[in-house]
Design a protein around this ligand. Structure first.
Ligand code: KPL
Length: 304
């Protein structure tokens, strides 16, 4: 299978590298990380597994949109707020028969993709895989967890089974789900409770459980989002929700959330697509979300 990865940062490079190792023909594309792309072209992609071996994978990589080649699967790994620009720049390179796959954080970026891609060829998902960029050409494979993929519109078909099988062969444990919206909202609640607080207080994820005050705020933020998420298929009761947030915070206790990484680097965060999505949907459903709104405003002011 020919795969194009748009936005080959940490996670995109990890997926691309492992898929190439499993036999796919992969091209990484990232116009804004030229050093990373050049290092991969020169020496291959190094994937360092926490506490394990380092894989060195040879694959194509480019920062030049003119070098993009035809692909059967296009994986979008840019930040949520970069989706509109990324897809508009490369849409003309995507054949109508290609599958477009997004495992991005947040909710709301789908409409940008669907401006160019048929909902029947759009695969949306969540992943608990974790990766960090260590330097040009070097990625740390931090955490291993399930990836879930659903078809935006239409029934499951054999072609999708092949994509799922390839991901599993690559070592990326993946399952097909019919109710992807539910999983997107579950992940949104977890991200909404962990990411802004870690970003505002400059702490690793574990502090969401270990610091009493942060723990209470995280619960309150999530509690506010739960009735909204339930309208989108989430089945959790409050206790299950808290257990899930705390389990993710504990499993990634030493990690720096993606939002804190963005704040530290002075980059725009995904807050508008995480807590911002909760606020927007709350307004639509007439459900109050003052804590989530406050977090959106605080993070936005910190990152601007
Ligand atoms: O997805 C995450 C992120 O950092 O964006 C986790 C690790 C779950 C923290 O919310």
């Amino acid at each position: 299978m020919r795969i194009l990865i748009i936005g080959a940062g940490a996670l995109g490079s990890l997926f691309g590298g492992l898929l190439a190792r499993a036999g796919a023909t992969v091209q990484l594309y990232n116009p804004s990380q030229r050093e990373h792309i050049h290092a991969i072209r020169r020496e291959g992609l190094q994937i360092e597994r926490t506490g394990g071996e380092t894989l060195c994978i040879r694959l194509q990589a480019t920062a030049d949109p003119h070098e993009i080649e035809d692909a059967e699967i296009v994986g979008i790994f840019v930040k949520a707020h970069q989706t509109a620009t990324a897809i508009s720049q490369i849409a003309f390179k995507i054949p109508p028969s290609a599958w477009v796959l997004s495992l991005q954080n947040g909710i709301g970026l789908e409409r940008e993709i669907l401006k160019y891609i048929s909902p029947e060829r759009f695969l949306r998902g969540t992943t608990a895989q974790g990766a960090t960029l260590l330097g040009p050409g070097r990625v740390r494979w931090a955490g291993v967890g399930p990836t879930r993929l659903g078809r935006w519109q239409g029934p499951p078909i054999a072609e999708i089974d092949q994509i799922i099988a390839l991901l599993n062969r690559a070592g990326l444990e993946t399952e097909f789900v019919t109710e992807i919206e539910r999983y997107l909202w579950e992940k949104l609640i977890v991200n909404g409770a962990i990411n802004p607080l870690t970003a505002l207080f400059d702490v690793p994820n574990g502090m969401i459980v270990h610091d009493g005050a942060l723990r209470e705020i995280a619960h309150a933020v999530a509690r506010e989002a739960l009735p909204i998420a339930r309208r989108h298929g989430v089945l959790w009761n409050e206790q299950e929700m808290i257990e899930r947030i705390e389990s993710v915070a504990c499993k990634t206790a030493e990690n720096i959330s993606s939002m804190l990484q963005d704040v530290r680097r002075g980059r725009r965060t995904e807050i508008e697509y995480i807590n911002g999505a909760i606020v927007r949907e709350g307004r639509r459903l007439n459900l109050p979300t003052p804590l989530n709104l406050l977090l959106v405003q605080l993070v936005a002011s910190k990152a601007s």
